[in-house]
Write a new protein. Structure first.
Length: 230
């Protein structure tokens, strides 16, 4: 009796895989291979894309490379570099649109804050400390970058944080900073600074709603950890 073969190897070419399974089932390298769009060999395209990811530092760092940098990588020409940069910019603008819409919405939890600012802070090569002033409904009233630092730290003073918030008559505030390493685990200095900001915020009548540490694709909330009271 003939037994049908029930095991099917996935199609080698990313285009065929996308058609059959959907874009969400493609790896980063396979998606990049489609953008490179040169040649017919799926394995060769994916191999070139994998090498591109390694040389550029990963998908999240492609936006920091110019056309000259990308087209100088082996297997990537000027047209391919332009397509990659266009795709990255489309993604950035989509998330920026989401950020702008989020300013009209209330921040009801830590994830709301993270989703609103992840595009601006995730994947940066240096540490950036951002303060967001909120109205009584937890809507964005103002925002400003307090400090820019090195790969591992930036220096922040409560005076720089609260002066513009007081001038804007904000009811509450949220703070965010990124970790260029991609790991959102708070440092001892992060914890100490958060406690200091919360103390000063209570004194001046602008309580700290949350402090978010932004990683590559995840975050840590000091409120969720219990460092900030209800």
């Amino acid at each position: 009796m003939h037994t049908p073969n029930t095991t099917h190897s996935p199609p080698e070419h990313p285009c065929e895989k996308l058609t059959r399974f959907g874009a969400e089932h493609l790896s980063d390298a396979e998606l990049l291979a489609l953008l490179l769009g040169r040649g017919t060999g799926g394995k060769k395209l994916v191999s070139t894309a994998q090498r591109l990811l390694q040389q550029s530092g990963g998908l999240h760092r492609l936006r920091f490379h110019g056309q000259g940098s990308l087209s100088g990588m082996r297997g990537v020409g000027e047209a391919q570099a332009n397509r990659l940069l266009a795709a990255v910019e489309i993604g950035r603008r989509v998330q920026l649109t989401q950020h702008n819409r989020a300013q009209d919405n209330r921040f009801t939890c830590s994830d709301d804050i993270f989703q609103a600012y992840r595009t601006r802070l995730s994947g940066l090569a240096q540490e950036v400390f951002l303060v967001v002033g909120l109205n009584i409904r937890h809507q964005v009233q103002c925002e400003h970058i307090v400090a820019r630092g090195t790969v591992s730290e930036c220096h922040v003073s409560p005076r720089e944080i609260f002066r513009p918030l007081i001038m804007a008559a904000c009811a509450k505030m949220a703070a965010l900073h990124n970790h260029p390493s991609g790991d959102p685990t708070p440092s001892i200095q992060d914890i100490a600074l958060t406690r200091r900001i919360a103390e000063v915020g209570d004194l001046v009548g602008i309580p700290l709603l949350d402090h978010i540490v932004v990683g590559i694709s995840s975050y840590t909330s000091f409120r969720d950890l219990g460092f900030i009271g209800a």
